[in-house]
Design a binder for this molecule. Sequence first.
Ligand code: VGL
Ligand code: ZN
Length: 208
Amino acid sequence: MRALLLIDIQNGFCPGGNLPVPEGDAVVPVANRLVNDGPYDLIVASQDWHPANHGSFASQHEGKKPFEMGELSGKPQIMWPDHCVQGTADADFHPDLDLEKIDYIQQKGENPAVDSYSAFRDNDQAAVTGLAGYLKAQLVTELDICGLATDYCVKFSALDAREMLPDIKVRFIEDASRGIQEADVKAAIEQMRAAGVSICRSADILAD
Ligand code: VGL
Ligand code: ZN
């Protein structure tokens, strides 16, 4: 079973959103091509889904501004702008993303006391989301990952996929992803590669 995992292709991470990733919306047509013309048996999407009082928001910390370093539950935490609040348009998937073929949506980031970059588990690794169990139950053997943002949620999802599902082949689709900081994207790709994630482009997959 081959699965595609679309990470956080939401309004909040696209231009005009509350935590915009440069060119974030450029991943949408590529993701749609992979969904419609790719070799996948299963399509999964993750959705950053925060309560309004989430502790990763600078607004919840006296005197903190977005993108400063702060603390959450005693651990270092980047202070993000309020983003992807449950039930708001910012948390909706990009309106041009084809949702009909999505088999499973994994929401994450609901616990206000911990951030959850990975679609598989919280950053403190204490609680899992259920996505690894779902992919195992579906007998997935190959998992391709792309979306937003390469240097945060895509990277941590790919690393957790390698760690929690060691028998599954994991690939990162570079042109179907965008990151927040260019230097961090380069480092993220090297970190994924070192963890056994293959790096590919959508054309390689669509040509198969
Ligand atoms: C993300 C920062 C905060 C992401 C989510 O989807 O990469 N980044 N929440
Ligand atoms: Zn978030």
